[in-house]
Each structure stands twice: as C-alpha cells, then as structure tokens.
Design a binder for this molecule. Structure first.
Ligand SMILES: NC(=O)C1=CN([C@@H]2O[C@H](COP(=O)(O)OP(=O)(O)OC[C@H]3O[C@@H](n4cnc5c(N)ncnc54)[C@H](OP(=O)(O)O)[C@@H]3O)[C@@H](O)[C@H]2O)C=CC1
Ligand SMILES: O=C(O)CCC(=O)C(=O)O
Length: 411
C-alpha cells in the first residue's frame, strides 16, 4: 500500500466507527492543493541538476496548514500527500489551531553542501511563496532539514512578502525561534513512552528500549528516556545499528555524532549489528524514529517488542499494523506519539505573532500539558470503546476537523 492510500485506510476505519457519510469522507480526504515545482540546482562544482519539490496542502478547516519539509531521495508526491494528511489529523488530535500540509524535495540531503542546501531552499520558496504564509501554510523541519533551512525560508519569504517570522517554525533560537523546539518531538515521544508504560503498569527504570534513527527525533528521545532511567540497548542511523544489552552510553553517542557530522559510523559504544536486526530485538519498547514503512509484512512476525512508539511518521504499514493488533502489541500511533514537534511549533508561531519570548520552562510545561491531555483522551476512549489506539486517535482528529468544516459551511 502506498503512503497516501495507507493514511486513507486508517481514515476510513475511523470514519466507519464514527458512522460518517461518504460525502463528508470525500471532502476530508481530498487534498485542497498540491504543488509540484522544478528546482534547478547549480552544484558547487558548476554542474546543473534539476530537482523536483512538492508542497501538499491537505486541509485548512481548523486553521492555517502546518507541516514539515523533507529532503530525502525517496520523496515523491504520494509520500508528501500521505504525510500532509497525517498532519491534518495530528494537529487536530492535540487540538492546536491548524490544518495539515507537508513539503519535500527529492534529494539525498547527505550529498549536499551547506551552500547547495541553501540554494535549493531559496529556489523552493521562490516557487511556493504565494501559497505559504503565517495565516496560510507554515513549513517546519522534517527529515533532512533543520533550523538552517528554516532561517533561509524566513529570509527568502521576506523578499516577496515582507518580514514575518511566523511564516515558518523551527528557526534558530536566536533568530525568532523558540527554546525547546529542537528537542520537542523527541521529548514528546519520551514523555508519551513513560505515560504508556505507566498505563500498562510497567516501571520506567530498567525498561529496555531500541531506537531506529539518531537524528533530531531519535537522539532527543534517547536522551529523554535515558535520563528517565530507561536502558537504551540499541540505536541506529543510516550507517548501521549498535547494540549493548547492558545499555548504550547515550551521552557518549550524542557527543560522538556531534563530533562526526551527525552520524554514528565508527562509534565504539556497542556491538555493531545489521540495521534491520534492531527492529527484531527482544526489547520492552521499540521506537522507529527514521523512515516510513520499516515494519511491514516481510518482517512483522520477527518484531518481538510488546510496545511500539511511532516516533517516525508512518513507520508501520497497515498490513503489519493489523498483525501487531492481533498479537496484542501496544502501538502508540504517530499522530499522537510525535505531535510534540508541531505543538512547540505552534508555541513558536504564537510567540512570533506576539513578538514575545517564551522561556524553556514555559515551553516544556505547556508541551507536557498539551500532550498529556491528548494522550489521556485517546487512551481512555480506546479502552472504553475497546477500539485500537490508532483508530481512536484518528476518530478524535476526524471529529474535530469535520465539525470545523461543518461550522464553516462546507459540510
Ligand atoms: N523533526 C521533527 O520535528 C519531526 C519529525 N518527525 C518524523 O521523525 C522521523 C525522523 O525525523 P528527524 O529526526 O527530524 O530526521 P533527521 O533527518 O534529523 O534524522 C533522521 C535519522 O534517521 C536515520 N535514518 C535514515 N535512514 C535510515 C535507515 N534506513 N535506517 C536507520 N536510520 C536511518 C538518519 O541517519 P543518517 O543521519 O545516517 O542519515 C538519521 O539518524 C521522520 O519520520 C519524521 O517525519 C515527526 C514529527 C516531527
Ligand atoms: O513542526 C511542524 O510544524 C511540523 C512537524 C512535522 O512535520 C510532523 O509533525 O511530522
């Protein structure tokens, strides 16, 4: 199943539980606008490459559309469509006043110099500046992008539309960003992992955790959970996976990637194992925090963890999700588990609009409160109605979006 079809599958499952009629389903599932743009890239060596970029604006019923920008060689329109629609349900589950969007450029971000990344980012904004804006569509970081690209977006957008820092979130803290955005997704994943453990009557200290992906989300998740005395037994990035049943020294791993261009290659704090084996380890908690579709029909029977927290977007295919559900594996779905990032993006946007600075304590406090509320709502309803956590999270999101669409007169 392709990315957008997979999200539609979950949508229809939840819409069925809600008894939603098909005209409303059609309205909510159909993206409002999709843009495909050409990005000519002059490489540092003078050669010309033509890249393709996308921005899909899925739904604006609840407010300006919001979602990250991914630079990855597997990006295509279908993937961006799927991710954009996930954003619609994610912002609704945590009840922040946004719709959903996502963007991407098909390029291997690891093969780009900083100057090349800057040229790509500015060209992309040249092509989409009319359809983004603080009241329209607000990009943010995702795989392969960081605060640097967000600063260039703010600057390039200003050339067309004037200074307005609320056009993009995830900016450098000293350049209209907010303290705590960089850690926010991982902090949220960590916090909701602890809440899941607590609801299952398990204690955090000593809980073994394997994390796939050691970029923004994976590394901050590892840090948060190791500080909560969980035992991080495996970590991985594109260069491989590292395993130590006694626990990896997360601080050493963080320092290592900091000193080695963001990658774990050469890290000596664990036994090197093939990347795919990380997903099959006997651990209490498995946290995919990299690509989509990594748990699929081909490997789902080998996945042994009783708890999976979806830090990545769409890391489990629907076929594998069904099997995990049948086996009683607890899966905390992406639209709830990784919503910490967009939640703090909302705080950044609000701060930008007020020209007022929030403290890190305030950001963390509000983030924890927002996520706890959303988690409790989804968990309690799922248990009460005996419906899976993913379907329940979609139901909560869909209800809010449908209600807004009706109130706006579109229903
Ligand atoms: N950034 C955010 O705020 C949010 C991100 N997400 C989702 O979280 C996931 C990770 O995003 P983010 O951390 O921002 O991205 P980053 O680009 O910061 O990091 C991605 C990480 O995944 C690793 N990776 C890539 N391919 C593989 C692979 N085949 N096997 C193992 N590891 C791999 C990368 O390794 P390497 O460095 O070697 O390339 C890197 O460690 C994505 O699914 C994203 O959509 C969700 C919500 C918000
Ligand atoms: O911070 C944001 O606005 C979006 C983050 C994102 O792309 C995501 O949650 O998948």
């Amino acid at each position: 199943m392709k990315a957008f079809e997979a999200v539609q599958h979950y949508f229809h499952k939840a819409a069925h539980e809600l008894g939603m009629a098909s005209p409303m389903r059609k309205l909510l599932i159909t993206p409002e606008r999709e843009l495909t743009v050409q990005i000519p890239l002059r490489r540092d060596d003078g050669t010309l490459e033509t890249l393709v970029g996308y921005r899909v604006q899925h739904n604006s019923s609840r407010g300006p559309m919001k979602g990250g920008l991914r630079y990855h060689h597997e990006v295509d329109l279908d993937e961006v469509r799927g991710l954009a629609s996930l954003m619609t349900w994610k912002t609704a589950v945590v009840n922040i006043p946004y719709g959903g969007a996502k963007g991407g450029v098909t390029v291997n971000s690891r093969n780009l110099s900083k100057d090349e990344k800057e040229r790509i980012t500015r060209k992309l904004i040249d092509s989409i500046h009319q359809v983004i804006g603080p009241d329209l569509d607000i990009p943010a970081p995702d795989m392969g992008t960081s605060h640097e690209e967000m600063a260039w977006i703010m600057n390039q957008y200003a050339k067309y539309n004037g200074f307005n820092p609320g056009v993009v979130t995830g900016k450098p803290v000293e350049f209209y960003g907010i303290p705590g955005r960089e850690e926010a997704t991982g902090r949220g994943v960590g916090l909701l992992t602890l809440k899941t453990l607590a609801r299952l009557g398990r204690k955090a200290p000593g809980t073994s955790v394997a994390i796939q992906g050691f970029g923004n989300v994976g590394s901050h998740t590892a840090k948060f959970l190791s500080e909560a005395d969980c035992k991080i037994v495996a970590i991985a990035d594109r260069t491989g996976a590292w395993y130590d049943p006694d626990g990896i020294d997360v601080r050493a791993a963080l320092k290592y990637v900091c000193d080695n261009e963001g990658q774990l290659d050469g890290f000596e704090g664990g036994k090197r194992i093939p990347g795919e084996e990380l997903l099959e380890l006997e651990v209490d908690v498995l946290i995919p925090a990299a690509l989509g579709g990594v748990i699929h029909e081909g490997n789902v029977e080998k996945v042994k963890a009783p708890i999976i927290i979806e830090a990545a977007n769409a890391p489990i295919t629907p076929e594998a999700d069904d099997r995990l559900h049948e086996r009683g594996v607890v899966v905390l779905p992406d639209i709830l588990a990784n919503a910490g990032g967009v939640t703090v993006s909302y705080f950044e946007w609000a701060q930008n609009r007020q020209f007022y600075k929030w403290t890190l304590d305030r950001v963390r406090g509000e983030l924890d409160r927002t996520l706890t509320h959303a988690f409790d709502e989804v968990w309690d309803r799922a248990k009460e109605k005996k419906i899976g956590l993913r379907t329940t999270a979609f139901m909560v999101g869909i209800e809010r979006v449908a209600r807004a669409a009706e109130l706006a007169g579109l229903g």
